[in-house]
Design a protein around this ligand. Structure first.
Ligand SMILES: O=C(O)c1cc(=O)[nH]c(=O)n1[C@@H]1O[C@H](COP(=O)(O)O)[C@@H](O)[C@H]1O
Length: 266
C-alpha cells in the first residue's frame, strides 16, 4: 500500500488506529481454547468486529512463532484474511547482515503479503536496505521505543544528541517518507515534539496506548502532521476487552471508542 492510499484510508475512516493481533492462546476466551483452530477463529472474529474502526493490523510474530508450525500457519491465514483496504504490519523486529535481511524481506513481503515490517537499526545501513528495495512496501525502524529499557541505549547521549535522535536522522537518509516509518512509543510523551521537529513528514507507528498507559491525546496533539502521520497501535486493550463470549463485540466497542477520539484530533 502506498502513502497516498494509506492517507486516504485514514481520512475516509476518520481513524489512525492499528489493532495489534498479539494473540496468546492462554488469554483468548475459554470457550475457544479447546478448538484446533482457536487462534484463527479468535483473529477472524476480532478482525470482523474491528475492521470498520481501524486502518491497520499489526501481527506480532512472536505470539505465532511461539506455537511452532501451527502458529506460523495461523499467522499466514490471518494476514490473508485482513482486507486489502488495511495496512498489514509484520511486527518481527528483524535486521541482520545484508544477505540475511534479504531473506527476511522475501519472507514477509513476497511469501507473505505484508505491507510493512518492523526492523531494528542496530546493525546499520546494509541490514536495513534490503527491506527498502521493495516498491510500495514499508520499513518501520525502531526509533524511541515504549519500554523502560529505552533508557539503556536510545536515551543515552552520543556527542550532543541522544542515540535515538542520531538513529532517526541517519536512517531517514536511507529511505524516504513513502517507504520508511519509525516506531515512537506512546509512553515517551516528553519527546514527541522533538521527534516531529526532526522528522516533519514521516509516519510514526505508535505503540503503548492502552495496556502500557500512553496517552492518545498527547501523541495526537504533539506529533500529528498535515497527513496525520500517525498509526497508533493498541493490542491487549482491544483484543482482550472481554474474556467471555462477547469478546469480539467488546473489542469492536473499544476500537470504535478509539476511532471516535481520533476523529476529534484529525
Ligand atoms: O514495534 C512495536 O510494535 C513495539 C515497539 C515498542 O516500542 N513498544 C511496543 O509495545 N511495541 C509492540 O506494540 C505492541 C503493544 O501491545 P499492547 O501494550 O498490548 O498494546 C506489542 O506488540 C509490542 O511488541
Amino acid at each position: 500500500m502506498d502513502r497516498q492510499r494509506l492517507i486516504q484510508q485514514i481520512k475516509s475512516k476518520n481513524s489512525y488506529l492499528c489493532v495489534g493481533l498479539d494473540t496468546d492462546h492462554a488469554k483468548i476466551p475459554v470457550h475457544l481454547q479447546s478448538r484446533p483452530d482457536a487462534i484463527i477463529a479468535f483473529n477472524k472474529a476480532i478482525i470482523d468486529a474491528t475492521k470498520d474502526h481501524c486502518v491497520s493490523y499489526k501481527i506480532n510474530t512472536a505470539f505465532y512463532e511461539a506455537m511452532g508450525l501451527k502458529g506460523w500457519a495461523a499467522m499466514e491465514e490471518t494476514v490473508h484474511y485482513i482486507p486489502d483496504t488495511h495496512f498489514k504490519i509484520a511486527d518481527a523486529k528483524r535486521g541482520d547482515i545484508g544477505n540475511t535481511s534479504t531473506q527476511y524481506a522475501k519472507a514477509f513481503f513476497e511469501t507473505l503479503p505484508f505491507d510493512a515490517i518492523t526492523v531494528a537499526p542496530y546493525m546499520g545501513s546494509d541490514s536495513v536496505r534490503p527491506f527498502l528495495e521493495y516498491a510500495d512496501k514499508w520499513t518501520i525502524v525502531l526509533g524511541l521505543t515504549s519500554n523502560t529499557g529505552a533508557k539503556d541505549f536510545e536515551l543515552q547521549k552520543t556527542g550532543d544528541e541522544y542515540l535515538y535522535e542520531k538513529v532517526l536522522r541517519t536512517v531517514a537518509g536511507w529511505g524516504n517518507p513513502a517507504n520508511l516509518m519509525f516506531v515512537v512509543g506512546a509512553t515517551q510523551a516528553s519527546a514527541f515534539e522533538n521527534i516531529r521537529r526532526i522528522l516533519p513528514e514521516h509516519f510514526f507507528l505508535v505503540p503503548g496506548v492502552g495496556a502500557q498507559g500512553g496517552s492518545l491525546k498527547d501523541i495526537s496533539e504533539k506529533a500529528m502532521n498535515a497527513d496525520c502521520g500517525l498509526l497508533v497501535n493498541a493490542s491487549r486493550a482491544v483484543i482482550y476487552a472481554s474474556e467471555k463470549e462477547d469478546f469480539a463485540e467488546e473489542a469492536g466497542a473499544i476500537a470504535r471508542q478509539y476511532q471516535f477520539e481520533m476523529g476529534q484530533y484529525l
